[in-house]
Ligand binder design. Structure first.
Ligand SMILES: C[S@@+](CC[C@H](N)C(=O)[O-])C[C@H]1O[C@@H](n2cnc3c(N)ncnc32)[C@H](O)[C@@H]1O
Length: 200
């Protein structure tokens, strides 16, 4: 597992996304932000697994004006994140709400749904998704359900990034590679622990 244990629960938005507790590294943020810069205002960024909003903040700092950001998190009382962070799901959700409010005041279009990721897909009525960031429960079953449920909402040319794709203990690479195969999908490589696939 490459999670550091006991994250610092403090939020410092003067530091931007780096002041939000979470696991996203500089290298991963750079890769995610490069994808997000390509989103047009008619399309959406969707994130599965918000925690305190670190990756969400990184994307809102990179996106063009008018792009819609949606994030889904069910905040179960026990989760891989709670185990590793050293603070509760309630504290994480309260922090996320502060982050969402902060970026709304800056003019960003952002919605948080406290909902299971796959159920969220069934109700999703936003614009076609140009970038999907998958970072909720790290198991093969969850990744497969997410891809099946979110697939119909993806724009024709889109990118999907999987956090912890390359982190050994989770075993996510094999099921993802089996579902996102050439010629429709191209694997573009790994940034930190994050795998990037694009539809071609
Ligand atoms: C690794 S954390 C997300 C990290 C976040 N992207 C960041 O940048 O810090 C995983 C999150 O997935 C959430 N989660 C776990 N199972 C879920 C599910 N079935 N649906 C939605 N969210 C879930 C947890 O509550 C946790 O906040």
């Amino acid at each position: 597992m490459n999670y550091p244990t006991m994250l610092d629960p403090k939020l410092d938005l003067s530091l931007g996304w780096r002041g939000v507790p979470g696991w996203l590294s500089d290298e991963e943020a750079e890769g995610l932000q490069a994808c997000v810069r390509a989103i047009s205002p008619a399309q959406a960024y969707v994130e599965l697994g918000a925690w305190c909003g670190r990756s969400l903040a990184a994307t809102m700092e990179a996106s063009r004006d008018g792009v819609s950001h949606y994030t889904f998190d069910s905040f179960p009382v026990t989760s891989q994140a709670v185990d590793e962070a050293g603070f509760s799901a309630t504290q994480a959700r309260d922090t996320l709400l502060e982050v969402v409010t902060h970026y709304r005041y800056k003019g960003k279009r952002v919605c948080f749904f406290e909902q299971d990721s796959t159920l969220g897909a069934l109700a999703y009525a936003g614009p076609p998704i140009c970038v999907l960031f998958v970072d909720d429960h790290h198991s093969a079953d969850q990744v497969i359900s997410n891809l099946k449920c979110w697939g119909p909402h993806l724009s024709y040319r889109c990118a999907i990034l999987f956090h912890d794709y390359a982190s050994e203990p989770f075993g996510l690479a094999k099921p993802i590679n089996e579902l996102l195969r050439p010629p429709s999908w191209e694997f573009r490589g790994v940034m930190g622990s994050m795998g990037l696939f694009v539809r071609i």
